[in-house]
Each structure stands twice: as C-alpha cells, then as structure tokens.
Design a protein around this ligand. Structure first.
Ligand code: GDP
Length: 197
C-alpha cells in the first residue's frame, strides 16, 4: 500500500469522543517506550506524526489519524507505566478497555512488544484478555535491530510457548525495526488485505 496522505484528526479521552466510526480502524498499543510512535511514523511515512519519546505515561489519550482518506490509524495510550499515580493508571486501563470492547469499526489491534524482553506478565495478561474477548489482534515485535537474530529467536520462542499455555492458535506476528525500516510492507499489506468495510 502506498501512503498518499496521513492526517491527524483528534485526541479523545473517552470512546464517546472518538471520530465517527465510519472507516475501518487499526489501533496500536503497547507499553510506554515500546517504540509505538516510531512505528506509526514509519508506517505513515511521516516523521513527527505521532510524537516520539514524550514523557512516558503522559499522553493518555486516544489519537486518531486518517490515512489515504480511507482508514483510521489509532494511537492508543501506553499501558503499564509505573510512574503514573494509581488512579491515573486505573483510569487509562478502563479507557483502553472501553475503547477495545466498544469501538465498532475496529478491524485489528496491533499489540507491540519490545523484542529485547522475555514475555512480561502485563503484556501476556493483556493478550490473554484480548483473546478471551475475541478481539482481533496480532503481535508486533519492535526494535529488532537492537538484538541478534539468535536472541530474537529465543525471545520469540519464549513468547510462543507462553501463549501456547493458553491458546491453541497463535496470532500473526510481525518483526519490525523503525530504525532500519523493517516490517513496514508486511504490516501495510496486512492492513490492505483486511481493509474491507
Ligand atoms: P513509544 O513511547 O512507544 O511511542 O516509543 P518511541 O517511539 O517514542 O520510542 C522510544 C525510544 O525507542 C526512542 O528513543 C526511539 O528512538 C527508540 N526506538 C523506537 N523504535 C526503535 C527501533 O526500531 N530501533 C531502535 N534502535 N530504537 C527504536
């Protein structure tokens, strides 16, 4: 897919404030600092579209962009950042929960995982929760340029094993590096193939 245009639409605090659900929507989520903004900028071919390296946990808003005037790309707040107060954390996970369960035009949720780490409970719990709620999602391993092929294979295997404890089928997984522009075509092709509204 060629990206011809990528425009910011709005930031919303609640599901009810999101733009009209009149286009297929693809949302991106992950822990703060996972590389989500960099990935979105790589996909949209626009530096600075999503802000990179802002204070983690600060932007707890749902950001909508429209791509090629035909689909929404949604940047969800990072989850699991320890430095926000307990009440803030509770309110943003509720907000994510409401969005994920209630956004009628959501086609797919891309869950970003830092490929340098072994499976972390928070990510696995979130993935399991998505599965239990029949939310279509897949996994995007980020920053693969930061580790060797061997380390990646090991971490990837651990993830697959962890998920197989609960699920027979594994979601599609993407390997990416925004630094080295890896994985862009694969994700955009996936979006193109499923983008039928
Ligand atoms: P976000 O908080 O999830 O939006 O993460 P950012 O996109 O702001 O990235 C967090 C940090 O990781 C920044 O310092 C980025 O430059 C760095 N980063 C993001 N993606 C990559 C990548 O693919 N490779 C490398 N080496 N660094 C990355």
């Amino acid at each position: 897919m060629n990206i011809l245009s990528a425009e910011f639409i709005k930031s919303s605090k609640y599901l009810e404030e999101c733009p009209e659900a009149n286009k297929p929507e693809y949302a991106f989520i992950g822990r703060s600092n996972v590389g989500k903004s960099s990935l979105i900028n790589m996909l949209a071919n626009k530096k600075g579209l999503a802000k990179t390296s802002s204070t983690p946990g600060k932007t707890q808003l749902i950001n909508h962009f429209v791509i090629n005037n035909s689909w929404y790309l949604t940047d969800l707040p990072g989850y699991g950042y320890a430095k926000v107060s307990k009440s803030e954390r509770a309110s943003f996970s509720k907000m994510i929960e409401k969005y994920v369960l209630g956004r009628s035009n959501l086609v797919n949720l891309f869950v970003l995982i830092d490929s340098r780490h072994l499976p972390m409970k928070l990510d696995v719990d979130f993935i399991n929760w998505l599965g239990q709620n029949s939310i279509p999602f897949n996994l995007v391993f980020t920053k693969i340029d930061k580790i060797s092929q061997r380390e990646f294979s090991y971490n990837f295997k651990k993830y697959s094993q962890e998920l197989r404890n609960t699920w027979e089928e594994l979601p599609e997984m993407f390997k990416t590096s925004s630094e080295k522009k890896i994985g862009k075509e694969e994700i955009l092709s996936f979006i193109e193939d499923t983008n039928k509204y």
